[in-house]
Write a protein that binds this ligand. Structure first.
Ligand code: ADP
Length: 224
């Protein structure tokens, strides 16, 4: 269970201050696939960065499974991110000098308990349809394939929550559909909790619920 209450974020101070989030309340259940939508500037990325522990709110509460996320020290936060959270960004962020397979298992090397990282990386690459691209480098595959590799990488440590920030924004329509179908399958078949920011209204049909932001507040939320 993910729960935020009365979340505020103010960037800057004084006359240049921007009140990006003005009291967000949100609960996401385990296994839910939620899309955060709204106009540019409504606060979507700010909210996602705070939920992903990549930025801190100015005030408010944030709990994951009753654990207070805002009380974690920097090193606890890093550990929590690595072990429990996965991220997919618009610009795939794969390391160009590594193969697709190496890119996927690198985050597992940081967790000493996990000895089967290579086998799991291959399984994940098969799940995302890249079983025949293991030894390719990112520059040798398409944008859609790079994004699917980035999704496999995000899943390597079995995250509780997968965050995706405009994951299809730099893809063509066909690749974008493949990526969204993949998210939907991961959610339905593996019960993966996913929180995705998108400004593409059509994406709503892949998710369980849409949370609409307007001017830093939840304007409405509806099940799809
Ligand atoms: P969205 O993702 O919906 O486009 P953002 O969360 O990026 O919205 O931005 C919300 C508001 O916060 C906007 O007014 C934006 O200009 C402002 N903002 C976002 N990031 C920063 C930042 N690092 N510094 C100052 N203002 C910011």
């Amino acid at each position: 269970m993910i729960e935020v209450r009365n979340l505020h974020k103010i960037y800057g101070r004084g006359s240049v201050a921007t009140h990006a989030l003005k009291g967000i309340d949100l609960v996401v259940s385990p296994g839910e696939f939620v899309a955060v939508m709204g106009r540019s500037g409504s606060g979507k990325s700010t909210l996602l960065h705070i939920l992903g522990l990549l930025d801190a709110p100015t005030s408010g509460e944030y709990l994951i499974e009753d654990r207070n996320m805002l009380m974690l020290t920097e090193s606890e936060k890093s550990r929590f991110r690595l072990e429990k959270l996965g991220y997919v960004f618009q610009e795939f962020s794969l390391l160009p000098e590594m193969t697709i397979l190496e890119n996927v298992y690198v985050p597992a090397l940081c967790l000493s308990e996990d000895k089967n990282h290579k086998k799991r990386a291959i399984e994940l690459l098969e799940i995302v349809g890249l079983g025949d691209r293991l030894k390719h480098h990112p520059g040798e595959v398409s944008g859609g394939e790079q994004q699917r590799a980035a999704i496999a990488r995000a899943l390597i440590n079995r995250p509780k929550i997968l965050f995706a920030d405009e994951p299809t924004a730099s893809l063509d329509i066909t690749s974008a559909r493949t990526v969204l179908e993949l998210f939907s399958r991961l959610n339905n078949e593996l019960g993966q909790t996913i929180i995705m920011v998108t400004h593409e209204p059509d994406d709503a049909r892949y998710v369980d619920r849409v949370v609409w932001l307007k001017d830093g507040l939840v304007e409405k939320t509806h099940k799809t």
